[in-house]
Design a protein around this ligand. Structure first.
Ligand code: 0YR
Ligand code: MG
Length: 390
C-alpha cells in the first residue's frame, strides 16, 4: 500500500489511494438562447430559444463542474427539470466524490423512488445534466480535456455537417441560398428538414438543394418523426436519385418494427436516436436492423455514461455513431473525438456565445478542444445574458 495508510471514512477495509474530493454545493440554472433568424421549424417542432437546463456543481477542491440538458426553451417544463435536479438528485450527491461518476450514475438512476416515476423524460434529462457536470469535474481534476481523459488522440479528424440552414420554415429560395453559403464556408455536408404537408414539396426542395451544392457534398434529410410507413417508403425510394446519405427519423420515434420494415424497403440508410432515452432502446433498434447511423444524445440519454455504452454497442455492430447535438456541440465533440465509431458530427451554432471555449469548425472539421473539462464551462456573463428565473 506504499506510504498511504489513510482509510476510507465509511469502510475501514478500504485504503484511500487518491486524495478525497467532495461535492459541496449544487446550483441549478436555466438558459434561454435565441436560435437563428426569428425561429426555426422542423416537421414536429418550432423553436425560438434553445434551452439549457443544468447544474453547477462545486467541490471542496475548488473545482466547479457544469452540465446541462437541451430543451426548446419551454419554461414550465424547464422548471420541472430544474426541480428534479435540485430536489430529487442533489440530496443523493451531498458529500459524494464526483469522480466516482459511473457509480454515481447508477446510484441516481436506480434510486427506487425516482426510477418509479422515471427512466425517461424529465428525470432522464435531469440526470444527463448532473452526469455531464460530474464528468466535467473528473476531466478538470485530471487537468485534461474530456476527449483526452477518455483516451482520444490528437490526430483524429472529426468532420462537421451543418444543420442550421435547412429548416422547414425556410422558403425554397432561402434554403438554396443557405445551402450555397454553407458550402462556400467550407462544409462538405449539410442536412435539410423534410416532412412538409405535401411530400412533393420535400422532393422539390431536395432536388433544388442537390442541384445547388453539386454532387460532391453530403446531403442528409431529417423527417423528425412525421410520417407513417407508406409515406416514408414512397418518398424514401426516391432519395436514391439525389444521393441522400441518410434518412433521419422518418417515423414515430419508438417504432422499431416500422423502421425495420423501412430499412428493408429502401436503399437509403436510416438514422435515428435523438429521441431515445436508454441503452435498451438503442439495443432494440440496432438488433432489429432498423438503424444504420446511430445518433445518441447525452442530453436525452442520461449523460456521458450511457452515451459511451451506446457508442460501444454501435461499434460492436460496425455502425457509425453521429451524435445529435442538443448540447450544441460542446460535450459531444469530446465524445466524438474520443470514440472510434465516430467521425462525423452535427453542427448547430446557437449557444456559442455561452461558453469559454465554443466548439469551432475550420473548413469542414471540428477544432480539437484544448481546455480541461467537458467543454461546458460557461462564460462569466452567460447566466446574466441568457439566464431565466427558475
Ligand atoms: C429542434 N437535429 C434535429 C431542432 C434538431 C431539431 O429540436 O433542433 O430539428 O434537434 O432534429 O437533427
Ligand atoms: Mg434530427
Amino acid at each position: 500500500m506504499g506510504t498511504n495508510s489513510r482509510i476510507h471514512p465509511e469502510r475501514n477495509d478500504v485504503p484511500l489511494l487518491v486524495d478525497p474530493m467532495k461535492i459541496t454545493e449544487l446550483r441549478p440554472f436555466i438558459l434561454h438562447v435565441p436560435v437563428t433568424g426569428s425561429g426555426i421549424a422542423d416537421s414536429s417542432h418550432q423553436v425560438t430559444d434553445w434551452g439549457a437546463v443544468g447544474a453547477l456543481i462545486d467541490t471542496d477542491a475548488g473545482i466547479r463542474g457544469c452540465g446541462y440538458t437541451g430543451t426548446h426553451g419551454h419554461l414550465p417544463t424547464d422548471r420541472l427539470i430544474c426541480d428534479c435536479i435540485e430536489h430529487a438528485y442533489a440530496p443523493l450527491l451531498a458529500g459524494e466524490d464526483p469522480r466516482n461518476v459511473r457509480a454515481l450514475w447508477s446510484k441516481l438512476y436506480h434510486c427506487p423512488s425516482i426510477r418509479w416515476v422515471g427512466r425517461a423524460g424529465i428525470t432522464q434529462m435531469a440526470l444527463a445534466a448532473i452526469d455531464v457536470a460530474l464528468w466535467d469535474i473528473q476531466a478538470k481534476a485530471a487537468g485534461m480535456p474530456l476527449w483526452k481523459l477518455l483516451g482520444g488522440g490528437e490526430s483524429k479528424r472529426l468532420e462537421a455537417y451543418n444543420t442550421d440552414g435547412g429548416w422547414l420554415n425556410w422558403s425554397l429560395e432561402q434554403l438554396v441560398a443557405d445551402a450555397q453559403t454553407m458550402v462556400e464556408e467550407g462544409f462538405r455536408g449539410i442536412k435539410i428538414k423534410v416532412g412538409s404537408p405535401d411530400p412533393n414539396d420535400d422532393l422539390r426542395r431536395i432536388a433544388a438543394v442537390r442541384e445547388a451544392i453539386g454532387p460532391g457534398v453530403k446531403l442528409m434529410v431529417d423527417g423528425n418523426g412525421r410520417w407513417d410507413l407508406p409515406t416514408a417508403r414512397n418518398l424514401g425510394r426516391k432519395f436514391c436519385d439525389f444521393d441522400i446519405v441518410w434518412f433521419e427519423e422518418p417515423m414515430w420515434f419508438d417504432d422499431v418494427r416500422g423502421h425495420r420494415a423501412l430499412a428493408r424497403a429502401i436503399e437509403t440508410p436510416i438514422a435515428l436516436g435523438e429521441q431515445l432515452y436508454s441503452l435498451d432502446a438503442f439495443a432494440s433498434f440496432i438488433e432489429a436492423g432498423a438503424v444504420q447511423y446511430v445518433q445518441p444524445d447525452v442530453t436525452r440519454l442520461g449523460g456521458i455514461t450511457p452515451w459511451l455504452q451506446v457508442a460501444d454497442l454501435a461499434l460492436a455492430y460496425r455502425l457509425p455513431v453521429v451524435a445529435h447535438v442538443a448540447d450544441m456541440m460542446q460535450i459531444h465533440q469530446h465524445l466524438a473525438f474520443a470514440h472510434p465509431a465516430s467521425h462525423l458530427m452535427e453542427y448547430i451554432p446557437w449557444m456559442r456565445e455561452c461558453f469559454e471555449e465554443p466548439a469551432t469548425v475550420r473548413g469542414s472539421y471540428f477544432h480539437l478542444p484544448q481546455s480541461p473539462g467537458a467543454g461546458t464551462t460557461l462564460r462569466p456573463d452567460a447566466l446574466e445574458r441568457f439566464g431565466v428565473d427558475r
